[in-house]
Design a protein around this ligand. Structure first.
Ligand code: NAD
Length: 260
């Protein structure tokens, strides 16, 4: 059997010393923070859950890097603007934004109250708008920057019981494209990574239902569910200068889920 091809060194990405803001210390946000830290990026991570932030502070990878944490409820434009300003102050500017907060509540459209619609749209879509707008102002001024937002296969596929979630992710894809177009001439790239079913807190209870893990896995040509680490390469690449001519794209990281 041929020897496995070695991974290129992370220095290939040219991310060392950059300053990044990661919104969300959940399963995917945490994997991104660790990946960015390994690539030499200075990271500020924001989340409303102090326990998740503490887990990152205690993480051995983060302990040897510059990783700052900020505990904050992000569901207002003021909070999102404050998060961007705090990271920019800390790092002397902002090079990278990763938006990885989100929530879901699976129920039929006819059983979805306004409160659920508002909560999902606010966290999944409005925070992306508020943060993207604030980061866009800074990045345009400095003439460079890259943003990566977490979309989902639900932005493309009509999953049952995903009304507000799918609407938020479909809206996010279009927001990404418009921001990308408006800021392309300023050296700012804006892209989305769209995972398939990935094992985090967001999907834990659903996957624990009888038969659900098998049913979900059967839909994935790669024959397995995603793990948080699966998104990291895509995020690091899109955040790097190696991807400086890629903007307005939605990159599916789904083991082929959207092919079937
Ligand atoms: N896990 C998946 O299968 C999957 C698939 C496709 C897309 N996504 C998307 O990826 C992103 C990250 O998902 P995840 O799987 O890491 O979810 P997760 O539930 O593990 O993490 C979400 C994080 O958001 C934080 N958060 C929630 N409300 C907040 C608020 N008001 N203010 C600040 N922080 C808040 C939570 O504390 C949590 O740390 C989301 O946008 C999600 O929709 C996930």
């Amino acid at each position: 059997m041929a020897a496995p091809t070695p991974s290129p060194p992370l220095g290939w990405l040219g991310l060392e010393g950059r300053g990044a803001l990661v919104m969300g210390a959940g399963g995917l946000g945490t994997a991104c923070v660790r990946g960015l830290a390994e690539a030499g990026v200075r990271v500020m991570v924001v989340d409303a859950d102090e326990a998740r932030l503490k887990a990152l502070r205690d993480d051995p990878v983060c302990a040897t890097a510059v990783v700052r944490t900020l505990s904050m409820d992000l569901t207002s434009s003021e909070a999102c603007e404050r998060a961007v300003a705090t990271a920019a102050d800390e790092f002397g500017g902002l090079d990278v934004l990763v938006h990885a907060v989100g929530t879901n509540d699976r129920r039929p459209v006819v059983d979805t109250p306004d409160e659920v619609w508002d909560r999902i749209l606010t966290l999944n879509l409005s925070t992306a708008f508020w943060t993207g707008r604030a980061a866009g102002r800074l990045m345009r001024e400095s003439g460079h920057g890259s943003m990566v937002f977490f979309s989902s296969v639900s932005s493309l596929l009509a999953h049952r019981h995903h009304g507000p979630y799918a609407a938020s992710k479909g809206g996010l894809d279009q927001l990404v494209k418009v921001m990308a177009r408006e800021w392309a001439s300023d050296g700012v790239t804006v892209n989305a990574v769209a995972p398939g079913y990935t094992e985090t807190e967001l999907t834990r209870a659903y996957l624990a239902k009888p038969g659900m893990r098998e049913e979900m896995t059967a839909l994935v040509p790669a024959g397995r569910l995603g793990q948080p680490q699966d998104v990291v390469g895509a995020v690091l690449f899109l955040a790097s200068a190696r991807a400086s001519y890629i903007t307005g794209q939605v990159l599916y990281v789904d083991g082929g889920r959207t092919l079937v």
